[in-house]
Write a protein that binds this ligand. Structure first.
Ligand code: URQ
Ligand code: ZN
Ligand code: ZN
Length: 479
C-alpha cells in the first residue's frame, strides 16, 4: 500500500518547497512537483498544509518504575499518544537500579517496548560503576545500537551518579564513539535543601522548587561540561530548565566545545506559581525535576532555542496519576517526579514558537525532529523528508484549532499540564513507516508495529577527536 501526499509544502530543516511526496514500502520513494498517484495509493490532500518530518521526542519514560511506583503511561499508549500529536519516534531510557546488571536491565526494557506502535530507541543510564559496566557499555554500542549513555546527577540514594561514575563513563563513551548525556542537578545540595525545608515544616508541593533552585542545576551543568571538556568528549544536557544551565552551555559552545542542550515544552510554557496552587492534586501533578521555573527562565530558554544554543525539544513524558502523586501528600519529597506531554509537544511549540515569530517553520523542524536525529545519529533515515528516508511524516494544518485537555487527549494519565491551552496549528495526518496511523482525529495504530531503532556510534567523528587527544598527549621531558 502506498501513500501520495498531494499539494502540500514540504518543510525540512534546511529548505521548504511546494512538492508532493510518495511513500511506499515504509520509505519515502519520491518528492517532487505534480507526482502521479501509484495505482494502490491512498491520496492525502495536503493543500494549504505543511509536510514535515515526524517528530522525534528524545526524552520519554514509558512505564518507568520510579519512587516506589510505575509510570501510568506504557509503551503502547505512550507511542499512540505521540502519533496523535505528530511524534513518530521516541528515545526512552533504560535505567538500571544501583548494582543492577546493565544488560539485564536493557533486556527488560526491550521487552516492555515491544508493544510500541511507533519506532523507539534507548539511552542507557549508568547508575554505578565497575569493570562489568565498562564492558557492558561496549557490548551495547557494538551489538545493540546504543550510542548514548545517561547520567542522573540528582536522586541521591537512588540512581545518582557521582563524579567517579561521570568520569569513568564519559571516558568510556569517548572510546566507544557514544555520547554521554546528563540530568544536571546537584543531588547532594537538593537532598540537604529538601531535609532543611521539611524540618522547617514545609511539607507541601511548594517545597519542591524551593529544594531545587536553578543554582543547583547551573552548578551540575557546568561540572558535567567541564568534565567533558577535560576528557574531550561531547556532551548532551537534558531538560535545561533555567538561565544558569543555559549560560553554562552557551559559554562552552562559544569556546568551541561540543555541548548540546535540550529543553522541554513544559519548561518553555509553565511557571513555578503552579506549585503554590491551593489544590494539592494540581500542584503535585506538576512535580517534576528540574521544576518549572519563573518566567525569567522561560524567556531565557526561548532565546536559547532561537540562538541555537539549545538544539532539541522533548517532553520527559513520565506520567503519574493523582493516586500515585498522593504518596507525597504529607511530604513533598515522596511525590513521584514526572509529567506528561508527548502528545502536545509539537502543537504547543508551533503555537507559541512559530505563530509568534520566535521560530521559523524550518527551525521548528530542526528542534522537533532533525537535530535529535543528527545528534543521536539516525539522520537522514529519520528527521528528513527525502527519498530513501523512513516514511515518518506529519501533515500539519496551520489553521486547525484545538483546546488541549485530558478529557480529549490520548495520554494515559489523569492530568494534562497544558490543560485548557488553546492552540492553532495541529497535525491533520500522521504517517508512520509509510502507513496512515492518524487521520483527522482518528487513530489507526497496531500494537507492536514499532521497531527498535539502532543508533550507530559516531566513529568517524570520534576517531578525529581521539587523534586530537593523542596529539595533545604530554611528552616526557628527556633529561
Ligand atoms: O528525571 C527524570 O528525567 C525522570 C526520572 C523523570 N522525572 C522527572 O521529574 N523529570
Ligand atoms: Zn531527568
Ligand atoms: Zn527524564
Amino acid at each position: 500500500m502506498s501513500v501520495l501526499i498531494k499539494g502540500g509544502t514540504v518543510v525540512n530543516a534546511e529548505l521548504s518547497l511546494r512538492a508532493d511526496v510518495i511513500c511506499d514500502g515504509g520509505l519515502i520513494t519520491a518528492v517532487g512537483a505534480d507526482l502521479d498517484a501509484p495505482s494502490d495509493a491512498t491520496v492525502i490532500d495536503a493543500g494549504g498544509q505543511y509536510v514535515m518530518p515526524g517528530g522525534i521526542d528524545p526524552h520519554t519514560h514509558m512505564q518507568l518504575p520510579f519512587m516506589g511506583t510505575v509510570a501510568s503511561e506504557d509503551f503502547e499508549t505512550g507511542t499512540t499518544a505521540g502519533l496523535a500529536g505528530g511524534t513518530t519516534m521516541i528515545i526512552d531510557f533504560v535505567i538500571p537500579g544501583p548494582q543492577q546488571n546493565i544488560m539485564e536491565a536493557y533486556k527488560q526494557w526491550r521487552e516492555w517496548a515491544e508493544k510500541s506502535v511507533s519506532d523507539y530507541s534507548f539511552h542507557v543510564a549508568i547508575t554505578w560503576w565497575d569493570d562489568s559496566v565498562h564492558d557492558d557499555m561496549g557490548t551495547l554500542v557494538r551489538d545493540h545500537g546504543v550510542n548514548s549513555f545517561k547520567h542522573f546527577m540528582a536522586y541521591k540514594g537512588a540512581i545518582m551518579a557521582d563524579d567517579e561514575i561521570l568520569v569513568n563513563s564519559f571516558a568510556r563513551s569517548l572510546e566507544l564513539g557514544a555520547i554521554p548525556t546528563v540530568h544536571a542537578e546537584n543531588g547532594e545540595l537538593v537532598f540537604r535543601l529538601q531535609k532543611e525545608l521539611f524540618e522547617k515544616g514545609i511539607t507541601g508541593p511548594e517545597g519542591h522548587p524551593l529544594s531545587r533552585p536553578p543554582e543547583c542545576e547551573g552548578e551540575a551543568a557546568n561540572r558535567a561540561i567541564r568534565i567533558a571538556e577535560v576528557l574531550k568528549v561531547p556532551l548532551y544536557v537534558v531538560h535545561n530548565s533555567c538561565r544558569q544551565s543555559l549560560e553554562a552551555i552557551t559559554r562552552a559552545r562559544n569556546e568551541g566545545q561540543r555541548v548540546f542542550g535540550e529543553v522541554l515544552a513544559g519548561h518553555l510554557l509553565i511557571d513555578d506559581s503552579i506549585y503554590r496552587h491551593k489544590d494539592f492534586e494540581v500542584a503535585a501533578a506538576h512535580v517534576m525535576s528540574p521544576p518549572f521555573r519563573s518566567s525569567e527562565h522561560q524567556d531565557a530558554l526561548w532565546k536559547g532555542l532561537q540562538s541555537g544554543n539549545l538544539q532539541t525539544t522533548a517532553t520527559d513524558h513520565c506520567c503519574f496519576c493523582a493516586d500515585q502523586k498522593a504518596a507525597g501528600k504529607d511530604d513533598f519529597r515522596l511525590i513521584p517526579n514526572g509529567t506528561g506531554g508527548v502528545e502536545n509537544r509539537m502543537e504547543v511549540l508551533w503555537h507559541h514558537g512559530v505563530s509568534t515569530g520566535k521560530l521559523t517553520m524550518n527551525e521548528f523542524v530542526k528542534v522537533t525532529s532533525t537535530n535529535a536525529a543528527q545528534i543521536f545519529n539516525v539522520y537522514p533515515r529519520k528527521g528528513s523528508i527525502a527519498v530513501g528516508a523512513d516514511a515518518d511524516i506529519v501533515v500539519w494544518d496551520p489553521q486547525a484549532t484545538k483546546t488541549i485537555s485530558t478529557k480529549t487527549d490520548h495520554q494515559n494519565v489523569d492530568y494534562n499540564i497544558f490543560e485548557g491551552m488553546e492552540v492553532t496549528g495541529c497535525p491533520s495526518y500522521t504517517i508512520s513507516q509509510g502507513k496512515v496511523v492518524y487521520a483527522d482525529g482518528e487513530l489507526n495504530v497496531e500494537r507492536g508495529a514499532g521497531r527498535y531503532v539502532d543508533r550507530p556510534p559516531f566513529a568517524p567523528f570520534y576517531d578525529a577527536l581521539k587523534k586530537q587527544a593523542q596529539l595533545a598527549e604530554p611528552v616526557a621531558v628527556k633529561r
